[in-house]
Design a protein around this ligand. Structure first.
Ligand SMILES: [Zn+2]
Length: 323
């Protein structure tokens, strides 16, 4: 049973917004677009894995949690996907590169081979998975749970993978091979019964925190003034929707709607800073009327803090991305 589905990561959401609002000639444009493509490819690879793993439906108790972000020993660690069975836990790392990957053992080496033939060593993902196994082991230890933890490395099915002899230390496969791998796992010793599998999945869910990279202006060292304001039309993707006759109107394609500022407000919190005044709202939506701004802000799902000149809005606590 799937206890946690995957949603688009915060950093990818924010990069999509930042790319729309950063001028083409900006010094950070290339870095932003490069990261956007890496995050998008990574997310696509993970979604592909999730699709294949749906066919894994064993008759023993099990739990699947996608995209977990946990803290242990003062360190954070992120798990692309986790499988709990009665006799083991598997941490799954999903990679998606458009280049060919060569994996050598003794010593372990990962080499990316680019389309022009260039070869470049890449960071060894097994080391990263070992770190996650170690931290999860300690996390479970604190809760008096002792169960073997294994790791597998999967690559999106479109990736070209060359595993050289001898075979590497950790199971490495394409995403569509993962369900067959899991079916082949022996489930003999029942360390966890159905109740314990369920409770462990709930405990992991409870301790999961969304990774919060906001605001991106700080993370990428971009002057907020360089980030273009304006309400972006959801139909034609152009900025500059204007408020009139109780709705937002796109001059380019004619689209109109009442809630188009909600994405603009979200963009502000993801890109600029964690609070917003009425004046900042008017600047970022390019709206003139202070009273219209107040009534739109009141319907934006935000919390108003302070009075008069100190008044500002923050994200609602339960919706607020946590650290
Ligand atoms: Zn439009």
């Amino acid at each position: 049973m799937i206890y946690k589905k995957r949603t688009m990561p915060n950093e990818l959401k924010a990069l999509i917004s930042l790319d729309k609002r950063l001028p083409n000639n900006h010094a950070k444009k290339n870095a932003v677009q490069k990261n956007l493509h890496i995050y998008q490819a990574g997310y696509n690879g993970e979604l592909e894995y999730d699709t294949y793993i749906k066919e894994f439906q064993p008759d023993y108790p099990h739990a699947i949690l996608h995209d977990l972000y946990l803290q242990q020993d003062g360190a954070y660690f992120q798990i692309d996907s986790l499988l709990i069975t009665p006799s083991s836990i598997t941490i799954v790392e999903v990679k998606n590169h458009k280049d060919k990957t060569v994996i050598k053992a003794n010593p372990t080496q990962f080499i990316r081979v680019f389309q022009n033939g260039d070869r470049r060593p890449m960071r060894n993902p097994y080391t990263e998975i070992d770190r996650k196994i170690h931290l999860l082991n300690n996390w479970l230890d604190n809760r008096n749970i002792q169960i073997p933890i294994d790791g597998i490395l999967t690559f999106a099915h479109t990736n070209e993978l060359a595993i050289e002899h001898p075979s590497p230390e950790m199971k490495t496969m394409l995403t569509y091979e993962a369900p067959a791998h899991f079916r082949s796992l022996p489930v003999n010793e029942h360390i966890l019964d159905g109740h314990a599998v369920h409770n462990l999945a709930l405990a992991l869910l409870e301790h999961h925190k969304d990774y919060n990279p906001f605001p991106l202006a700080d993370l990428y060292d971009i002057n907020p003034a360089d980030i273009a304001p304006g309400v972006i039309c959801p139909t034609c993707d152009r900025p500059g929707m204007q408020w009139g006759r109780e709705k937002w109107n796109c001059q380019s394609c004619g689209h109109a709607g009442k809630n188009e500022h909600l994405q603009t407000v979200q963009d502000w919190f993801m890109l600029i800073k964690p609070k917003m005044t009425n004046r900042e709202f008017r600047y970022f939506t390019q709206l003139n009327n202070r009273n219209v701004a107040r009534s739109l802000l009141a319907k934006s799902g935000l919390q108003l803090i302070g009075e008069r000149k100190a008044a500002h809005y923050v994200l609602m606590k339960e919706k607020s991305p946590t650290h």
